[in-house]
Design a protein around this ligand. Structure first.
Ligand code: C2E
Ligand code: MG
Ligand code: MG
Ligand code: MG
Length: 278
């Protein structure tokens, strides 16, 4: 009995492992050349001021549609793009697209709207990163202080000295640095102490619980107070209900982002968005 169960358990994991490996290989093959085949698109999710509802900018989010695989989530393909090094070219594509859309968006509304772009760990090992970003800003004709780069702890974990140099160089250019998914990592506080961050993005998992879990509410309250004490502004991620937004307002949160305020949309729709409060 036990033996049979053991064997079944073994083959269950074995099958699952095989499935995972072949899915990975399939994705890896498909993602090579996806850029050339123009299968990527950047979508945009607005960020608003909590106390007025005014739109202040947007976050660029990458989408991949492959004819054979369909829509693949960035949560699945970004790690593969990382490991294969393809993220260097893909990341440049996202930045170039996002800045060109930002330039049009600003011109249309005559306002210094902002754009947030996610950076992944591998991009930090590229010695040309700072140059590439500087060139992209010049080419788009966008001021450095309208660009914000979102960094998760994964970037910082390796602790190499070039990370500090790179972040400082970006900061000196006037680019804003934001710590993404705050609260989910291992040593966010240590990173806040070491690196020149300007913005704290509170992870969706905390925001989701603020109206129902008093612990989540207290943690978010403390995170906001701490951020303000360090002269950082705070963005709440994943705001889905009016109650959450209302509570964030009472906690002095600066900015919010989430399905309540706008789902990620295509560039064309972003450009014609009504910027006035909802
Ligand atoms: P992230 O940077 O934390 O982005 C926020 C994610 O939450 C996005 O998922 C967004 O669509 C989703 N979201 C926004 N509002 C809500 C909400 O109200 N409710 C819920 N349930 N979800 C919401 P997405 O687009 O699937 O991206 C997932 C992650 O993939 C991103 O997390 C980011 O880490 C990564 N990613 C996306 N685009 C890029 C990129 O261009 N470069 C890099 N390096 N990473 C990217
Ligand atoms: Mg982000
Ligand atoms: Mg995030
Ligand atoms: Mg998140």
């Amino acid at each position: 009995q036990a033996k049979a169960l053991g064997r079944n358990t073994y083959s269950y994991f074995n099958e699952k492992m095989n499935r995972d490996v072949s899915r990975r290989l399939e994705l890896e093959q498909a993602i090579r050349g996806a850029l050339q085949r123009q299968e990527f698109e950047v979508v945009y999710q607005v960020q608003v001021k909590v106390n007025s509802g005014e739109i202040i900018g947007a976050e660029a989010l990458l989408r991949w549609y492959n004819p054979k695989l369909g829509q693949v989530s960035p949560v699945e393909f970004i790690p593969i793009a990382e490991q294969t090094g393809l993220i260097i070219d893909i990341g440049q594509f996202v930045l170039t697209q996002a800045l060109s859309v930002l330039a049009s968006w600003q011109q249309r509304h005559h306002r210094a709207l902002k754009m947030s772009v996610n950076l992944s760990p591998r991009q930090f090992r590229d010695i040309k990163l700072v140059d590439m970003i500087e060139q992209a800003l010049i080419q788009a004709g966008v001021a450095a202080n309208c660009l914000e780069l979102e960094i998760t702890e994964g970037v910082l974990m390796s602790g190499h000295s070039y990370i500090k140099k790179t972040l400082s160089a970006l900061s000196v250019l006037g680019i804003y640095l934001s710590m993404d998914d705050f609260g989910t990592g291992y040593s966010s506080l240590n990173y806040l102490r070491q690196y020149p961050f300007d913005v704290l993005k509170i992870d969706r998992s905390f925001v989701q619980g603020i109206t129902t879990e008093s612990t989540d509410r207290k943690l978010v309250n403390a995170a906001i107070a701490m951020a303000h004490g360090l002269n950082l502004t705070v963005v709440a991620e994943g705001v889905e209900t009016q109650e959450q937004l209302h509570l964030l307002k009472s906690l002095n949160c600066d900015f919010a982002q989430g399905y309540l305020l706008g789902k990620p949309c295509r560039a064309k729709q972003l450009l014609v968005l009504e910027l006035m409060p909802l």
